[in-house]
Each structure stands twice: as C-alpha cells, then as structure tokens.
Design a binder for this molecule. Sequence first.
Ligand SMILES: [Zn+2]
Ligand SMILES: [Zn+2]
Length: 251
Amino acid sequence: MGAFFPLRFDLLLDWFYPPRCRFCKEVILGQDDKCFCESCREKIRVVSHPLCSKCGQPFLDASGEDHLCGGCLIRPPSFLTARAWACYPREEIDMHPLRRIVQQFKYGGRVSLGRPLGRLMARGCYEFFCDLPLDCIVPVPLHPRRLRWRGFNQAVILGREVSRLWGVPMDPFILLRSRETPPQTQLPEGDRRKNVRGAFSLKTEKSVRGKRLLLVDDVYTSGATVKECSRTLIRAGAKAVSVLTLARTVS
Ligand SMILES: [Zn+2]
Ligand SMILES: [Zn+2]
C-alpha cells in the first residue's frame, strides 16, 4: 500500500498540472523525461557515433568509425574521455532550443530546469559510462564571487542528478576555483586556454590521489575549462579523469 498512494498522487498531479515542454510550454503527457515536447526534441541532436574517441566530438560523416579528431591528435587532452548528451551548431548558438534552455537555467534563474536536464544527461550517457569505474563525481567549480552572484553552481545541480541516478558519490568541494576569470563565452577560441590556466586548485591532494573521477559541467565548447580541471586533478595524483557535459557545440 505504501507504494500505491504516492503513485496515484503522481498521476493526479499530472492530471491537474500536466507537465509542459520546458521550451515551448506544450503539454507533454506520456513522456518519461518530461522536459521537452516531441517537436522540440526533434531539433535537439543527441550525440551519436562516429565521434572522437577522446573528446567525444561527433563527426559529420555518419558512415565512419570512432577515431581521434585533429585537435586531440595535435594536443591530446589529459582526460581519458569526454561525452555529452546532445550538441548544437556553434553558428546557431543563440536560437537553438538547447542553448536557450541552458541560458535560462544558468542566467535566467530557472534553477528548476537543473533536475530534468541532469536526468537527460545521466540517462542518455549511462550506457557509455556504465563500464567505466568511477569513484567520485567532481562538478566544475565556480569562483566564490560568481557563485554568490548567481546563487548556485549549475554543474553541482546537474552532477547531483547524475550522482543520484548512477549511484556514484559527488564531492563539490574537492576542486576549487582559486582565480576569477572572465567568462569563456566572451573570448575567442585561442584565448580560452590562457584564460583558465592555473585557475583551479585542490582542497587537499589526498582527496584525489589514486581516484577515478568524473568531471561534470553544462557545456563543452573549446574544452579549455575541463582540460585545465583535468590537468589539475591528474597532477595531484588522480588515476583517471573523464568528462560528462549536458551539451557540446559542434562546428
Ligand atoms: Zn516544445
Ligand atoms: Zn577529439
């Protein structure tokens, strides 16, 4: 009986307040992720093979196999592998539904979007990560001043959902942002790496030594931020670092 009542209550709530698409507000009864309607989902390209076996960048030619992209061949990142749930073209950056929903979540004060978005990335990427041993989830940190201004760290909210669904503990205090940097979105590609160099530090090196960690963030653009986080963790003795983001841009 215990399980019966919450279940009925849930259906009753759906009847009176049917879940609506977080983007266009269309009613979306009967969808288990309850985040986007069918027509908005169609505009979102879920990352699929073939992709770069390192940074997870999807390739346009759908017939080939996974291989390393040019960027990873020239400058191999220190992380083991990176995956994102979905991607959007860099040039459509301002009108794409996924990009806009991430903006609403981060800058529009719609913190409630974090849970459904976190569920989408956790479910969508589970198959890839389920065979990879992970000791701890590490959200990409914000500088304390930006955290005070925004009121929350979007990576912590997304990471909490992944942690809950995958049963991997999360520690949001391992990695610290010790230097405040201008937002990466305002910088050209080449300056992003310089901008975040040395921006991260650790609470104690002991907390990461020998651990297999999963970095979580909202969007992978140039990858400069997660690469620098990964470098910091590996230098402190982490055994392996992987990366999971909700979205990534493709050129
Ligand atoms: Zn919609
Ligand atoms: Zn790559």
